[in-house]
Write a protein that binds this ligand. Structure first.
Ligand code: 9MR
Length: 355
C-alpha cells in the first residue's frame, strides 16, 4: 500500500489556495456568511436563465462544479474539436464570485459521444481517450481544485469485490482504463487533486454494502499499483427512505483516510419519492439523512469539500427523472423552489463551520 507522496500533497494544497486567492470584488460580510467548503453543481443554461441561482450559489457556497459542461458531449462535438466556451463561462462565474471550481468528469461509462463509440480500433480508442484527458486537464491546469477523474466504476449489485462496471473503455482498454486516466491526468497537471467518484454506497441495504466493498477493493488496488489517486468521492445521492449505514460508512471513511486519501462529498441530494407526509415532515427526514451521513464521515475528521447536485429544488435532476406518486415536486436540495433555505441548509451550515 503506498502512502500519498508528501511533497505532492503540499504542492497540491498550495495550488488549491492559489486557485481561490484572487482579490475579491465581493464584500467581506458576504464572504463571511458562506459555508466554508460547501459547493453546488449548476448548468450554464440554468445560471443564465435565472439570476437567483447564481445569487444563491454566491451567497452560500465557496465552490461550484459544472453539471454538464466538462463532460465529453459538451466539450467534444467531434474528434477534432475541444469546445471549452461553456465550461469557461462557468469558470468566469466562479472567478467573479470568488468561488473555486471542481472538474467533473473525465472517464465515465456514460455520456460517450457517438463519434467516439464508432472508433473500432482499440489503439485509436486509447489515443482519443489519452488525448481528451490530457488536453482538457492541461487546459484547466492551475484553475481547478480537483477532478473527478473516473466516475462510477462499480456496477450496481456487484457479484464480488473484484466486479467492475463493463464500459466502452473496458472493452477497448481492459482494466487499464482506470489507472491510465489517473496517470494521464497527473502528467497534465501535477497539482490538481485527482478523485474517483461513486454512488449508492452510503446506506445499509445489502447491494450498497456490496458496492462499497467493491469500491474499497478498487481503491486499494489502485494505491497498490502506485496510481496517483488523492481523493475518494462519495456522491451521496441519498434515498430518503433508506437509513444511512452510519457504522459501516464511518469505518470505510476512516480506513480510506488511513491510506492518506481525502474524502469528498461530491453530489449530495436526497430523493424523497418514497416518503409520504407533508413537505415539512419530508424536509425533516431529508435533513436527518444528511446529518447522519455527515456525522458518520466526521467520526474520523471533517470533510473539507461538500457539494450538492444543485442548490434549489427548482433545478434538480431528480425532478426531471422521477415523479412522486402524489405529483408533488421532490424536495432533494438545501433551498426550496423559491430559494428559501430548508432544514437541510442548517445541517450543511453546522458541518461547514471551522473546517
Ligand atoms: O444531473 C445530470 C443530468 O442533468 C445529466 O443529464 C446526466 C448525464 O450527463 O448527468 C447527471 O449528473 C450525474 C453525474 O454526472 C454523475 N452522478 C449522477 C448524476 C445524476 O444522474
Amino acid at each position: 500500500m503506498i502512502k500519498l507522496d508528501r511533497r505532492k500533497f503540499l504542492l497540491g494544497s498550495a495550488a488549491t489556495l492559489a486557485a481561490g486567492s484572487s482579490a475579491s470584488a465581493l464584500p467581506a460580510s458576504k464572504l463571511a456568511q458562506r459555508h466554508q467548503g460547501y459547493g453546488a453543481a449548476a448548468t450554464l443554461w440554468d445560471l443564465q436563465a435565472d439570476p437567483r441561482l447564481g445569487e444563491a450559489i454566491s451567497t452560500y457556497c465557496t465552490q461550484v462544479v459544472p453539471v454538464l459542461e466538462l463532460k465529453w458531449p459538451m466539450l467534444r462535438p467531434d474528434a477534432h474539436t475541444f469546445a471549452f466556451e461553456r465550461a469557461d463561462a462557468i469558470y468566469d462565474f466562479a472567478q467573479k464570485n470568488d468561488l473555486t471550481m471542481r472538474g467533473h468528469t473525465l472517464a465515465w461509462y456514460h455520456d460517450i459521444p457517438d463519434w467516439t463509440k464508432q472508433i473500432k480500433d482499440s489503439k485509436a480508442v486509447e489515443r482519443a481517450y489519452v488525448d481528451h484527458i490530457s488536453t482538457v486537464v492541461s487546459y484547466y491546469k492551475d484553475k481547478l481544485t480537483s477532478w473527478d477523474v473516473v466516475n462510477e466504476p462499480i456496477p450496481d449489485n456487484p457479484r464480488d469485490v473484484k466486479d467492475r462496471r463493463d464500459t466502452f473503455w473496458t472493452q477497448h482498454l481492459g482494466s487499464s482504463w482506470i489507472p491510465l486516466a489517473f496517470r494521464t491526468a497527473a502528467a497534465a497537471d501535477p497539482y490538481v487533486k485527482l478523485a474517483i467518484n461513486e454512488y449508492d454506497i452510503e446506506s445499509a441495504k445489502d447491494s450498497f454494502i456490496a458496492k462499497r466493498a467493491a469500491y474499497r477493493n478498487l481503491i486499494m488496488e489502485l494505491l497498490d499499483q502506485g496510481v496517483p489517486l488523492h481523493a475518494v468521492g462519495l456522491q451521496s445521492h441519498l434515498h430518503a427512505e433508506l437509513e444511512i449505514d452510519t457504522h459501516g460508512l464511518a469505518e470505510f471513511v476512516t480506513e480510506i483516510r488511513s491510506w492518506g486519501l481525502e474524502v469528498y462529498v461530491t453530489e449530495l441530494d436526497v430523493n424523497d419519492e418514497k416518503l409520504t407526509g407533508s413537505p415539512t415532515e419530508r424536509d425533516a427526514i431529508v435533513a436527518k439523512r444528511v446529518n447522519d451521513l455527515l456525522t458518520a464521515i466526521w467520526t474520523s475528521g471533517p470533510v473539507r469539500s461538500i457539494l450538492s447536485w444543485g442548490i434549489s429544488d427548482r433545478y434538480s435532476w431528480i425532478n426531471g427523472y422521477v415523479k412522486r406518486p402524489d405529483k408533488q415536486p421532490n424536495r432533494p436540495l438545501p433551498l426550496d423552489g423559491e430559494f428559501k433555505p430548508k432544514p437541510l441548509m442548517d445541517v450543511i451550515s453546522k458541518f461547514t463551520k471551522d473546517v
